[in-house]
Design a protein around this ligand. Structure first.
Ligand SMILES: NC(=O)c1ccc[n+]([C@@H]2O[C@H](COP(=O)([O-])OP(=O)(O)OC[C@H]3O[C@@H](n4cnc5c(N)ncnc54)[C@H](O)[C@@H]3O)[C@@H](O)[C@H]2O)c1
Ligand SMILES: [Zn+2]
Length: 347
């Protein structure tokens, strides 16, 4: 087990990579505890937390809204939860975002922790202190920055995850390697089979390196003023893909977005053709998509209406090599070049 400390503005968070859900009790303060989880996780793992009251929510991005939050507040009122209670979110990014938001707002804030149960949440969602819900079609529009007391990342729990969800996590793992760590990229090239088969040593190493990278960026830029934007690598196009179709998981959309951003970087002479080929080969080896049949015009229109767009400019993250990146402010028309990069890539 490896432990990592994340220092937030208001509090400090402990990330426990390789810890088992069986040891959850060790990290809970004395006093009352309520668990928030989803129905899939609850059906498999209830035995590990059956001694605590549980609030079970549904699954799927469509329930990530203020109605679900209000339902949880009501259940907590019935249970007479007050500020002395501790909230544990047990689930993927959806549960962690919701539980973190509830914990940050109910009675002006309760302490909370997570057991992160998907690969995507272990390597991404549970690190960084962002929580929140969607509102009127805008993703994660309502929320806070607030760190959990702890995050348990138990790689054993990944064994019950559907294959598509595992792949989704790999999208973000490759992203971390591409923006910050060439050695991690090499490790993936050499160990992708072990990684996708969830070999404990390989997967734990990848989760750990990912959280080191993400938490390093977050420690230096908690509220997204600068460096944190590098974590958006591949996401400009990914968000557009997600607006156009529900067919891809987030990580799959990010894989296509990263291919486009790498292709644009190649076009600008920032990376070499062999680097580009390595990126495409790794994504394919992991089973991730590198292109899409969605019409370019639809993608461009979706990118140009991104809520994060400032005036007529966008912040694009481009590569300066494998493991090196840069955030560039570009005119919104650069999205045309970004989408065009996909035309030069085969399936
Ligand atoms: N806060 C952040 O910084 C951040 C970053 C990235 C993503 N997110 C958010 O995370 C969410 C996506 O998270 P996700 O990909 O983890 O999806 P998810 O939480 O919806 O989980 C995916 C599916 O896997 C099931 N599941 C979870 N753990 C399981 C397990 N161990 N075994 C079997 N099934 C299991 C869930 O019930 C669900 O059906 C999105 O809402 C996204 O906005 C937040
Ligand atoms: Zn992402």
């Amino acid at each position: 087990m490896k432990e990592l400390i994340i220092k937030g503005n208001k509090s400090t968070s402990k990330l426990l990579v390789g810890e088992s859900i069986g040891n959850l009790g060790k990290y809970l303060p004395p006093g009352k505890v309520v668990v928030i989880t989803d129905s899939n996780v609850d059906a498999i793992y209830r035995n590990f937390y059956r001694q605590y009251p549980v609030i079970v929510i549904g699954t799927g991005e469509h329930i990530k809204n203020l109605t679900t939050i209000a339902e949880i507040y009501s259940e907590m009122l019935k249970m007479e939860v007050d500020r002395s209670w501790f909230i544990v979110g047990i689930g993927g990014g959806l549960v962690c975002d919701i539980a973190g938001y509830v914990a940050s707002t109910y009675m002006r804030g309760l302490k909370f922790g997570f057991v992160s149960t998907t690969l995507l949440s272990q390597v991404d969602a549970s690190v960084g202190g962002k929580n929140g819900v969607n509102f009127e079609g805008y993703k994660n529009h309502i929320g806070t920055f607030n760190q959990p007391e702890f995050v348990i990342c138990d790689p054993e729990m990944l064994k019950t995850l559907p294959k598509k969800e595992i792949l989704s996590g790999f999208g973000e793992i490759v992203k971390h390697a591409l923006i910050a760590d060439e050695n991690m990229f090499k490790f993936l090239e050499e160990n992708y089979t072990e990684a996708i088969n969830l070999n404990s040593e390989a997967i734990e190493q990848l989760i750990y390196t990912s959280v080191v990278i993400k938490s390093g960026v977050v420690n230096r830029d908690e509220t997204e003023q600068g460096e944190r934007r590098t974590l958006n690598f591949g996401h400009t196009l990914a968000h557009a893909i997600e607006k156009c179709t529900p067919d891809y998981t987030h990580g799959e959309a990010v894989a296509i977005g990263m291919t486009a951003a790498a292709g644009f970087s190649l076009h600008l002479g920032r990376i070499t053709t062999p680097d580009m080929n390595r990126i495409i080969a790794l994504l394919k080896n992991l089973g991730l998509p590198v292109n899409t049949t969605i019409p370019k015009e639809s993608l461009i229109a979706a990118m140009q209406h991104d809520k994060k767009r400032e005036d007529r400019a966008i912040n694009l993250v481009l590569l300066n090599g494998i493991g090196k990146c840069e955030v560039l402010k570009m005119p919104v028309e650069a999205t045309i070049e970004l989408a065009a990069a996909l035309d030069r890539i085969g399936e």
